[in-house]
Design a protein around this ligand. Structure first.
Ligand code: B12
Length: 334
C-alpha cells in the first residue's frame, strides 16, 4: 500500500492567490507554442516589477521571515559572496583548447568549491529575450546538495540547503571568472537565485552533465537532480566537453515517483511542446503556489530515484546493459 501523501490535496493560501496575475506563467513560457523563440523571464527577476508574477516573488521572501535555518543559510551565502570578481589583467594568455580545459580542471580541483565543471559553445538560443552576448563559450559548474538536508523537503531545512548551495555555485562561478580575467580573458559569471541572462539547463546538457528529467530538472547519474548550476561566459578557447546520454529520458517515461509525490500535481506524464521543443515540462501555475508556501519545495528532487546516494551510476549501468542486450537481440535476429 503506498503511503498517503501528507501534502495532498493542496489548496493555496488565499492571500497568495490574490497576488496571482491574470496572465498564466505557462503562456509566458510558451507552452503549446510550436515555433522556436527565446525564453522570457517568468520568475526570479532582479526587479520583480518587471514580471507579471513579481508580487508572488516578493511574497516568497516574506512568507516565513523567522525561519532560523533559512536565515542562517542566507547569512552564510552573503559571507561567501563578499569575495568579488577580480580585474581584467594584461594580454590574453594563449593555450591550445585541450590545454585550457586541462588548466581549468586543475584549477577547479584546487580552488573551486564545485563537483562538476564542463564547457560548451554558447548557443544564442539559450539567452533570454532581450539579452545579447557575443561570448564564444560557456563554462558550466555544478554543486551538489547535501542529500540529508534535501530529504527534509518541503521543510525549511531543505530550503536552507538550496540557499547554501546557491552561494557555493555563485562563489565557484566568480572564482572561475576571476581566474580567466587574471589571464586577460573577459568573463561574465551567471549565478542564481535570480534568473540572469542565460538558461542554465540547456548548456549543462550540452556539456554532458546529464539529461532533462520528467520533473523539469537536469538529472546527473551521480548526483541525481540534487545539485545547482552556475556558469561563466567567456571567449577563452576552452575545449568542449560533450553531451552524453545515460538512459535517463527513457527511465523517466516509465517512472511515476515525482509525478505522484508532487502535491500540486504539476508534473505531467507526457512531454509537451514548449517554444518549438518537445520536452518534459512542469506546469508553472500549479507548481508556484506550493513552491512559495514551502521554502522552494524541492520534493521532486528529493524523491527522484536518481537522487538517492549511490543509486544513479548503478541505474545507468543497468540501463546500458539492457540497451546492449536489446541491440544484440536485434543483431541476432537480422
Ligand atoms: C524560474 C525558475 C524556477 C521557477 C519556474 C520553474 C520552471 N519550470 O521553469 C520555479 C520557481 C517554479 C522553479 C522551481 C524549481 N527550480 Co528553478 N529555476 C528557475 C530559473 C531561475 C529560470 C528557469 C526559467 O526561466 N524557466 C522558464 C522556462 C524557460 O521554463 P521551461 O521552458 O520549462 O524550461 C525549463 C527546462 O525545460 C530547461 N530548458 C529550457 N529550454 C530547454 C531546451 C532544451 C532542449 C532542454 C533539454 C531543456 C530546456 O530550462 C528551464 C528550467 O527549468 C533557473 C535558472 C536558470 N537561469 O536557468 C532555475 C533552475 C532551473 N531551478 C532549479 C531547481 C533545482 C528548482 C527546484 C527543484 C527548486 C529547488 N528548491 O531547488 C524547482 C523545480 C520545479 C521545476 N522543475 O519546475 C535548478 C535546476 C538544477 C538542475 N538539477 O537541473 C536551476 C537551474 C537553478 C540553479 N541555478 O541551479 N524554478
Amino acid at each position: 500500500m503506498p503511503r498517503p501523501n501528507p501534502h495532498k490535496p493542496f489548496t493555496p493560501r488565499a492571500e497568495q492567490i490574490a497576488l496571482q496575475p491574470r496572465v498564466s506563467g505557462n503562456a509566458i513560457n510558451g507552452l503549446g507554442e510550436t515555433e522556436h523563440r527565446p525564453a522570457r523571464i517568468v520568475y526570479w527577476a532582479l526587479d520583480p516589477d518587471t514580471i507579471a508574477h513579481g508580487h508572488m516573488q516578493r511574497w516568497f521572501y516574506q512568507a516565513d521571515p523567522d525561519n532560523a535555518h533559512v536565515n542562517a543559510a542566507r547569512a552564510e551565502r552573503a559571507r561567501l559572496l563578499e569575495e568579488e570578481i577580480g580585474p581584467l589583467v594584461g594580454e590574453p594568455v594563449q593555450r591550445s583548447p585541450s590545454e585550457w580545459l586541462e588548466a581549468l580542471r586543475r584549477h577547479a580541483g584546487e580552488h573551486i568549491p564545485c563537483e562538476r565543471i564542463g564547457a560548451t559553445a554558447l548557443d544564442p538560443d539559450w539567452l533570454y529575450e532581450g539579452e545579447a552576448r557575443s561570448f564564444a563559450n560557456v563554462i558550466v559548474i555544478a554543486v551538489q546538495h547535501d542529500p540529508d538536508e534535501i530529504a527534509q523537503a518541503p521543510q525549511g531545512r531543505a530550503g536552507a540547503e538550496v540557499v547554501r548551495q546557491y552561494g557555493r555555485a555563485a562563489l565557484s562561478a566568480r572564482r572561475v571568472a576571476t581566474w580567466l580575467r587574471a589571464q586577460g580573458w573577459e568573463a561574465e559569471a551567471v549565478t542564481g537565485p535570480m534568473t540572469g541572462p542565460l538558461l542554465l539547463i540547456p548548456p549543462a546538457v550540452a556539456c554532458g552533465f546529464g539529461e532533462l528529467g520528467k520533473h523539469g530538472s537536469l538529472i546527473d547519474p551521480e548526483f541525481g537532480s540534487s545539485f545547482r548550476l552556475s556558469a561563466v561566459m567567456t571567449d577563452a578557447p576552452v575545449e568542449h566537453t560533450h553531451k552524453r546520454e545515460y538512459g535517463i529520458d527513457a527511465f523517466c517515461a516509465s517512472c511515476r515517483v515525482c509525478e505522484e509525490a508532487c502535491p500540486p500535481e504539476a508534473i505531467s506524464p507526457q512531454k509537451q511542446t514548449v517554444r518549438g521543443e518537445t520536452k518534459w515540462y512542469v506546469d508553472f501555475d500549479k507548481c508556484l503556489p506550493f513552491f512559495n508556501q514551502h521554502h522552494g519545495c524541492a520534493i521532486c528532487v528529493a524523491v527522484c530515484p536518481w537522487s538517492l546516494p549511490g543509486v544513479g551510476f548503478k541505474l545507468a549501468g543497468k540501463l546500458a546493459r539492457r540497451r546492449e542486450r536489446r541491440t544484440n537481440a536485434i543483431d541476432d535476429h537480422v
